[in-house]
Design a protein around this ligand. Structure first.
Ligand SMILES: NC(=O)C1=CN([C@@H]2O[C@H](COP(=O)(O)OP(=O)(O)OC[C@H]3O[C@@H](n4cnc5c(N)ncnc54)[C@H](OP(=O)(O)O)[C@@H]3O)[C@@H](O)[C@H]2O)C=CC1
Ligand SMILES: O=C(O)[C@@H]1CCC=N1
Length: 276
């Protein structure tokens, strides 16, 4: 297991991952190091909250780390790779969670034989419920993949995929929680239109979501059948679904996931490398 894990990038996904990892005691706080570009206040907040080590010096953070997690925006990756390439030690494993950016790009920029692995988690990592996909890049052996998967299993489920699937996975499950939160925003807004008490409505919406998710997980029935069982002919659900159909709800969601997938490809396109 990794002894020191360094995060370069201290934003939303780094925080979610650290929360999940510490909650499962996969690592102790003193094993986690963190840096960002300039937001000192943010580093201090995370240090105080998690008791992890922080430093404005990337060199200090990555020194002797056996796993380095890249968690910056795609636009910042070139700068980060340039700043660490001369400081990396042999055998340090690189794990990138960036949308779009290929492992080949990372390896080419580093021009080193360090193993590179790419993963796409989501923010449910914070409660150990991320749906994470992982792909091996250059120099990553099955053993490296296994070690990283072990760590990532602390933050949820992990599935190994071919790297070219990661754009679609980013559109589906990387961004996925946002689609659900967007739906809940609309349900809460609807509750106010139908004069329900806000607190009561929030509790009912939450339990409805949890119940439906658990039904999907535990039942052998398809989502379509589960939906049909709620939809009495001429009843309330049919009235509601019929309006969703008028608004092309499903087509909208399909288009949203396609757009997010395309955006991942676009974010990665400045970093494409010609294959050997
Ligand atoms: N948010 C999500 O749900 C998910 C995000 N991702 C991916 O994770 C990555 C980060 O996303 P997110 O956490 O949302 O982004 P945030 O904007 O919240 O965080 C980005 C972090 O990167 C830091 N940073 C920028 N440039 C540098 C640099 N040169 N050296 C060190 N640190 C730097 C920023 O520091 P400062 O604030 O000081 O500028 C900030 O801490 C993205 O590539 C995204 O695609 C993947 C899965 C899910
Ligand atoms: O919105 C984004 O670009 C990132 C990638 C997946 C989730 N958030």
């Amino acid at each position: 297991m990794f002894k020191k894990v360094a995060f370069i990038g201290a934003g939303a996904i780094a925080e979610s991952m650290i929360t999940g990892i510490l909650a499962r005691h996969i690592l102790e706080p003193q094993q986690i190091w963190l840096t960002n570009r300039s937001n000192k206040q943010r580093l201090e907040t995370l240090r105080d909250c998690f008791e992890v080590s922080v430093s404005e010096q990337t060199e200090h953070v990555i020194q002797n780390a056996d796993l380095i997690i890249l968690s910056v925006k795609p636009k910042d990756i070139s700068e980060v790779l340039f700043s660490i390439k001369d400081k990396l030690q042999e055998n340090q494993v690189i794990l990138s969670v960036l949308a779009g950016v290929s492992t080949d790009y990372i390896s080419e920029q580093l021009a080193l034989a360090n193993p590179v692995i790419r993963a796409m988690p989501n923010t449910s990592a914070a409660i150990g419920l991320s749906a994470t996909a992982i792909a091996a890049g250059r120099h990553a052996t099955p053993d490296h993949l296994q070690q990283v998967s072990h760590l990532l299993r602390a933050i949820g489920t992990t599935v190994s995929v071919q790297e070219n699937a990661l754009h679609a996975i980013t559109g589906l499950s990387g961004s996925g929680p946002a689609y659900i939160y967007y739906l809940v925003e609309a349900m809460e807004e609807a509750a106010s239109h139908i004069n329900l008490d806000t607190r009561v409505a929030k509790d009912l919406i939450l339990q409805t979501l949890i119940g439906a998710a658990e039904m999907l997980r535990s039942s052998s029935e398809t989502p379509r059948l589960l939906r049909r069982k709620i939809t009495s002919p001429g009843g309330t659900t049919q009235a509601g679904i019929s309006v969703l159909e008028d608004y092309h709800f499903q087509e909208g969601l399909i288009a949203a996931i396609q757009a997010a997938t395309k955006r991942s490809e676009e974010l990665g396109s400045p970093f494409e490398v010609l294959s050997d």
